[in-house]
Design a protein. Structure first.
Ligand SMILES: Cc1cc2nc3c(=O)[nH]c(=O)nc-3n(C[C@H](O)[C@H](O)[C@H](O)COP(=O)(O)OP(=O)(O)OC[C@H]3O[C@@H](n4cnc5c(N)ncnc54)[C@H](O)[C@@H]3O)c2cc1C
Ligand code: FES
Length: 286
């Protein structure tokens, strides 16, 4: 007969099964983005839950259904599992009303995650727009936890206005690290803003990015992904050196329902992380 620990380990391994997680912390990043720190109610599940930067979970809320959300913290991050959620509609609107101690369901992790082995030993250029910095933050934290395995790090971030900048403390802390450059731009400034104004592209030049031994990881609105890829190709980046995450409507998260299909691939299983060489073969993605 199986003991409780064996049964729980199987449940953790069963990624189809949602687990209750309670909200331990809520951080208001911007007027419409909050970062939740979550802890699984069951200690066994909490102890065994593992994931890779770039993976996502399906978050369930009673009466609202499920939504895919990237994990915004690194598996090496001491403060635990974090999700950074932008208020969009039914489910995300409800989550924004939640406070500490309330519960959501989580199943996963799903998706391929970033190719950590391939990134190892390279300089890394991160380009994020808006809430697109969330999955990148997971990888950036991971890189800082294994700093000697990676080269120079550059983070270029764009937000609508200074009030819409997410992870302000992280951006500041990353910028103080050795061999790290962080540049932030806003599309519309306010009188207090002393930084860059305008699109992300000029920051590529300002940061003096060289394609040599560099991998670029981009996440944001498809329009941002599209023009940044265009610039990187012009600068001499190879198609395999450009990595991006794609968002598609999802239901099952496990390659069964077809909602997230893109060409012959399922974004939930084969993605959401793809190289530009793969992306350009997909029909009308960007
Ligand atoms: C792999 C993946 C990772 C994601 N990671 C994050 C994340 O880390 N943080 C985060 O805030 N969001 C993330 N999203 C987007 C998130 O899943 C949607 O915003 C969410 O499903 C909206 O649910 P809702 O019930 O609140 O909105 P709904 O009531 O379903 O929709 C409200 C409005 O939002 C629009 N909408 C719904 N989904 C999206 C979407 N994916 N992109 C743009 N508009 C959408 C709808 O068209 C509608 O106009 C991710 C999506 C995917 C596929
Ligand atoms: S979400 Fe069902 S196949 Fe991807």
């Amino acid at each position: 007969m199986e003991d409780r620990a064996q049964i729980l380990r199987k449940m953790v391994a069963n990624i189809y099964h949602p687990h209750s997680a309670s909200i331990q912390g809520v951080k208001e990043e911007t007027r419409d983005i909050k970062t939740l720190t979550l802890v699984f109610k069951d200690q066994e599940i909490q102890d065994h839950f593992t994931f890779q930067p770039g993976q996502f979970v399906l978050v369930s809320v009673f009466n609202c259904g499920e939504a895919p959300i990237s994990i915004s913290s690194s598996p090496t991050f001491s403060e635990g599992l974090q999700l950074s959620i932008k208020k969009m509609g039914l489910l995300t609107g409800e989550i924004h009303r939640y406070t500490e101690g309330e519960e959501v369901g989580l199943r996963g992790p799903y998706g391929n995650g970033f190719p950590l082995d391939e990134l190892c030993g390279h300089n890394l250029l991160f380009v994020g727009g808006g809430i697109g910095l969330a999955p990148l933050r997971s990888l950036i934290q991971y890189v800082f936890s294994k700093r000697s395995e990676f080269g120079r790090v550059t983070v270029l971030y764009g937000a609508r206005t200074p009030r819409d900048i997410v992870f302000k403390d992280d951006l500041a802390a990353w910028g103080r690290e050795k061999d790290v450059k962080v540049l932030t731009t806003v599309y519309r400034d306010n009188p207090e803003w002393k930084g860059e104004v305008g699109p992300l592209s000029p920051l590529l030049e300002k940061a003096a990015i060289s394609p040599s031994n560099t991998k670029a990881i981009i996440c944001g609105h498809p329009a941002i992904i599209s023009y940044v890829i265009f610039d990187l190709l012009k600068m001499g980046f190879a198609e395999d050196e450009i990595i991006s995450t794609l968002e598609r409507n999802m239901k099952c998260g496990v390659g069964k329902c077809g909602h997230c299909s893109i060409g012959s691939k399922f974004t939930c299983m084969h993605g959401p992380v793809f190289t530009y060489r793969q992306i350009k073969e997909f029909p009308s993605v960007l």
